[in-house]
Design a protein around this ligand. Structure first.
Ligand code: APR
Length: 175
């Protein structure tokens, strides 16, 4: 039976009223473009004021802050791998982003969480591989984590959405 708690949607993550949204940040945690830029813009200056106190974040790890002006209560910042061809541990680092974000979420009693497609924009990770890594990791954690109620994979384009649907069929044949 497919795990209905995992949902793939198309949209803008900054609009979602979930307990936490995940930010695809860089290791400085001081903002940037892409979804990082959109989240900081929507959250307002309080978010940067808090991330400034965190002293950065290594790739694969995650840090939590408040959500400020966002509808989400928390932002979990994680730093994905920059794609360098696949021989620098990028696959494991990406999986750790999803794992560490959910671990942090569970520690804070977060039950609904939304992820963007980490590393598949500026960081150049091929979406076909990244979507499979994301879904395989998230489904694996949902298998033994009863407290999570909803995990959303938020795709910012139709093409990414189609890739995630195809990835789900590939990694979760019980569809
Ligand atoms: N909602 C959901 N997804 C979004 C949004 C949004 N508002 N804006 C962009 N995205 C998607 C992109 O289309 C892409 O699929 O987020 C995914 C991740 O792309 P990036 O934001 O470029 O992140 P990433 O590839 O992980 O690169 C991180 O980019 O923005 C900088 O500061 C960031 O240096 C860091 C790097």
């Amino acid at each position: 039976m497919q795990d209905m708690r995992l949902q793939i949607i198309e949209g803008d993550i900054t609009t979602l009223a979930v307990d936490a949204i995940v930010n695809a940040a860089n290791s400085s945690l001081l903002g940037g473009g892409g979804v990082d830029g959109a989240i900081h813009k929507a959250a307002g200056p309080g978010l940067l004021a808090e991330t400034r106190t965190l002293g950065g974040c290594p790739p694969g790890e995650a840090r939590i802050t408040g959500g400020y002006n966002l509808p989400a209560r928390y932002v979990i910042h994680t730093v994905g791998p920059i794609w360098r061809g696949g021989g620098q541990g990028e696959v494991e680092t990406l999986a750790r982003c999803y794992r560490n974000s959910l671990t942090l979420a569970t520690e804070h009693g977060i039950r609904t969480i939304a992820f963007p497609s980490i590393s598949t924009g500026v960081y150049g990770f091929p979406i076909r591989r990244a979507s499979r890594i994301a879904l395989r990791t998230l489904l694996g954690i949902l298998d033994y984590n009863p407290t999570l109620e909803r995990v959303l994979c938020v795709c910012y384009s139709r093409s990414d959405y189609d890739e995630y649907l195809a990835a789900r069929a590939a990694v979760d044949p019980r569809v």
